[in-house]
Design a protein around this ligand. Structure first.
Ligand SMILES: [Zn+2]
Length: 393
């Protein structure tokens, strides 16, 4: 559900970094490579690297950007077509062929299903909604609204329920169960998510996989081939019963929830051949068309346990809304969300800049073209579940 809106905060050190350092990361990258020769020396993931960077006044963000740029070798701009440019980190990860888990259904009783990887799905709250029909937009097309109609989900959006919490102790079991049941009633009524993982790690199917759920509102994601706009129909909404801590982007999942997320993700990826890079958090996909800013909702802007869930660190992917459709972001978001989310935003902004250069345009003119293409696509999405219901987070 919706995390509280960001208070209008002071732009801090990280945003200052953005202004002062990212102006030309390619130049900075060249400097780093020339100076060091071996990127391991400045690898921001190591303590040695961080010390090295700090001494030279190089921000961690630039180092992270460089880190994903180097192996991908994508510094040179390509992009014959307007939205076909290099995908920085995404390209690096997509060069490895994705592997899909092998999971199958073992049993189905009245109110639950079991699967070969230990997943058990509770069906007590299962309901129907509008059928899952949507358009995938071809990224290689000259015509931005060229599309293919689909009915099978292509990704997963992870949410937090942002619901009331009580201490996770044995003595509170009854209350935890009561709160959880009330939450499921509400989510069922709203057709808010396909799946809810409760605090004990139980997996509840609410909206059927064959149908749309009102989980993502205005949202954008893309893989190597396709762009998806408004993900209620194209992505499966999986929500974790937890709450983002006020004033930060931190939510926690219990060990049981992390396990449940892993086996549920495996089952869905196996069943629908969902790319691992299409399993992302609401913060990464959420946009606000009225001010053209990304990150309207920011559940799981940080701290989503990607590795434990068996996924790559998808926080390192360049945010598609920025470079495909010219969205910007509120620098204050950086203060609230911390590093994982802004890494994607920074890379998205850099990708936009590179693509503009490749087209011989300045960024603002290029952005206007992208925005008008987004508006064109948006105007073709008329149905209720394709358009936004912003009360969910
Ligand atoms: Zn959400």
């Amino acid at each position: 559900m919706r995390a509280a809106r960001i208070p209008s905060p002071i732009v801090g050190a990280m945003a200052n970094w953005q202004a002062s350092r990212i102006k030309d990361p390619v130049v900075r990258l060249r400097f780093l490579r020339r100076t060091v020769g071996d990127r391991r020396v400045w690898d921001p993931r190591t303590e040695t690297g961080r010390v090295w960077l700090r001494k030279r006044g190089v921000s961690l963000a630039v180092a992270f950007a460089a880190l994903v740029l180097v192996p991908a070798g994508t510094v040179k701009s390509a992009g014959r077509l307007w939205w076909r440019g290099p995908i920085l980190s995404a390209q690096a990860s997509m060069q490895r062929p994705d592997t899909f888990p092998q999971v199958w259904q073992v049993d189905q009783q009245g109110e639950y299903e079991t699967y070969s990887n230990g997943l058990r799905i509770e069906r007590k709250y299962e309901v129907s909604n509008e059928p899952r029909q949507f358009a995938a937009y071809r990224r290689s097309a000259e015509e931005p609204t060229a599309k293919e109609d689909r009915t099978a989900p292509v990704g997963i959006v992870f949410h937090t329920t942002e619901s009331a919490q009580t201490d996770f102790t044995e003595g509170e079991t009854r209350r935890i169960r009561m709160i959880g049941a009330a939450l499921l009633d509400f989510i069922q009524k709203e057709r808010a998510y396909h799946y809810v993982v409760d605090r004990f790690g139980r997996v509840w199917r609410v909206v059927k996989e064959s149908d749309a759920a009102n989980h993502a509102g205005y949202s954008i994601w893309a893989d190597d081939t396709w762009t998806y706009v408004n993900l209620n129909r194209s992505f499966v909404g999986v929500s974790v019963e937890t709450m983002t801590q006020p004033g930060s982007s931190r939510a926690e999942a219990t060990p049981a929830q992390i396990h449940a997320l892993r086996v549920l993700t495996e089952m869905l990826r196996s069943k629908y051949r969902i790319l691992s890079t299409n399993c992302v958090t609401h913060a990464q996909v959420s946009v606000n068309p009225s001010n053209m800013q990304a990150g309207y909702h920011y559940d799981w802007a940080a701290n989503f346990p990607y590795p434990q869930v068996g996924l790559p660190d998808n926080y390192a992917l360049a945010t598609p809304s920025l470079w495909l459709f010219g969205f910007t972001y509120d620098p204050s978001l950086v203060n609230v969300t911390g590093e994982p989310f802004w890494k994607g935003l920074v890379l998205g902004a850099e990708q936009l800049r590179q693509n503009a250069t490749a087209h011989g345009m300045d960024v603002s003119a290029y952005r206007r073209i992208l925005e008008s293409r987004y508006r064109q696509i948006l105007s073709t999405l008329k149905s209720k579940t394709e358009l936004s219901k912003e009360k969910q987070g």
